[in-house]
Design a protein around this ligand. Sequence first.
Ligand code: GAP
Length: 513
Amino acid sequence: MDFKQIVSHAKEYGFIYQSSEIYDTLAAVYDYGPNGVELKNNIKEYWWRSMVQRHENIVGIDAAIFMHPKTWKASGHVDAFNDPLIDNKDSKKRYRADVLIEEYIDKIDAKAEKEIDKAAGRFGDQFNREQYITTNDRVVKYLAEKDSLTKRLAEAMKKGDMADLKKMIEDLEIACPESGSRNWTDVRQFNLMFSTQLGNIAGEEGKLYLRPETAQGIFLNFLNVQKTSRQKIPFGIAQIGKAFRNEIVARQFIFRMREFEQMEMQYFVRPGDEMEWYEYWKDLRLKWHMALGTPASQLRFHDHDNLAHYANAAVDIQFAFPFGFKELEGIHSRTDFDLSSHQELSGKKLQYFDPELEKSYVPYVVETSIGCDRMFLAMLSQSLQEEIVPDADGKESTRIVLKLHPSIAPVKCAILPLVKNKPEITEKAKAIFNDLKFFTQCQYDEKDAIGRRYRRQDAIGTPFCITIDFDSLDDHSVTIRHRDTLAQDRVHVSRIEEVLRDKVNMEALLRSF
Ligand code: GAP
């Protein structure tokens, strides 16, 4: 499905609406509808239980969004959480200079990939990719250009060299996507934090920030949690919560939002052990994604070219979104940067006494950080499919189906009386619904022909439809239709829960990796 279809499906079926629609919307802010909130809660539950329930040495917290303003000084966000911004004087549109350059590099990469794909098609089984990319003149040229621009960009970003970013945009003759003009302003740094003001303190003193990452709530509570939960290093603290960034480029639907939700886990380790744990979390997080049915070909690791101010190693798990491979999750080795900075600025010790080593130290941190909304978009885009299926009358028709993993589907089971004008049937169906609703998220639907009701459930990803027909009155059995295979099983009412339990509950999923 293309991206536009995914966005309109999300609205039509109550997953996502643009914020403040009746006032012409608020850019890059979105609301989750009835099916959206269920799917999002299920993603959060899957993440939470895989972190907190599966690991006896990971505990959760729920820190406040507002934090003492010094937090953001110590964390480096006041000074370094900037994006390089450039305006086009003709269209008056604002862009991230690094993104304009990255998009240019992506185009060179796409040209190289196109050449490689063509050659792979020509040579078939004989194709040797490694040999081709080092010997074909055109591909060698593209890849060398990509490499040199990537390095120059990384260097300019690292040094905060705004003049060179501007020079790159000029050298590469990058034009404004809106106006086509190359009439650019200089590049300048733009801090991404939203700020607000405390009511009882005027001026800078009372300036508060909306947190741009949830992680700092974990760092500030590190000792509280360690002491009250009696954890020994290595141990982790997990949190799910809102984060806010004043993104300049706010495009691509819920991929880049100004208000979004993060699922972060900070793992506190002995200094020197961090790379071992970094590899461990890279591996486990990839398994977490694949357990949901995401094929390996849709996921890849991408080492950071520009390390954030706090990291000594960082990798993204990228997902093949409809607009290309992009960051879905970050795994960062943050060293002792945050705890040490907070220790210094607050004057309070943030150290751990290691009984085995018999000494105190500031722990190192490996974090895993995933945007819940991006995960939602990944699940929506990978699951939404259009396919040809056989009809009841032997013909074929097209259906739109959301092939979500059953345990994260918004509705697990739809209860459908075959007809709505037979009280014996509808009453039996309602009785089944009123029982099953205590077991899992169910929906009762008696409106329209059964085929249309199946299509409605397919479109929101309901893995099981239970039909109550005339025979059900005698044999006390129902038909369970499976969303993906369209197989239909006849099952006694007393066995419905037993048949569905392993599929819709998260337990099997959590055990599977
Ligand atoms: N604590 C580390 C941190 O915040 P990050 O790479 O800036 O690292 C982590 O963000 C994750 O948060 C990203 O991988 C992405 O999934 C999500 N994220 C970041 N900015 C976002 C935005 N503007 N909209 C939606 N999700 C975002």
